[in-house]
Design a protein around this ligand. Sequence first.
Ligand code: HEC
Length: 142
Amino acid sequence: MQLNDFKKHARSDEIGTRYMWGFTHLTQTQITELADYFSSQSAMKAEADQPDLRGELIFREGLPQAGVPQCSACHGADGRGNGQIPKVAGQHARYMVHQIKVLQQTEQRPRNAPMKQLPRHSLSDADAESVSRYMATLGAKE
Ligand code: HEC
């Protein structure tokens, strides 16, 4: 899905544009082959195993008072995602902080509808960093 979005220039976030804009020539077969190749690689190992309790709370329970849903409801208790929902376990925290803002606050990623539900002002920058740090540590013991 993401390769198709890059190919069509539908994903226009800054990093997507800077590095992926040129891939308009990929054929559907090549996209399928690349997706098969990437998905058959071993998952990334977590960056660090420093517990972030606030991040864990947000991931597992959300912030009901602020209307922030539990991330685990979609991304899975272990952060592995599924066919339509990306794996967040072990991804780089900095990348995830950036993508949360892109998905929540802009139209630069076209499949942002589920993440737009995160109310714009209720997941503070500090909380986005906390939950990203926590997600980066998921899977450390795999
Ligand atoms: C209703 C389902 C849903 C909930 C709840 C949800 N997400 Fe997501 N999230 C998605 C989907 C779907 C995408 C992929 C969007 C796309 O394809 O561009 C996504 C994408 C992401 C990404 C980008 C991953 C990447 O590889 O680029 C991050 C990071 C993320 N979510 C973090 C969170 C956090 C943190 C929470 C909780 C505060 C959360 N999500 C709650 C459905 C959800």
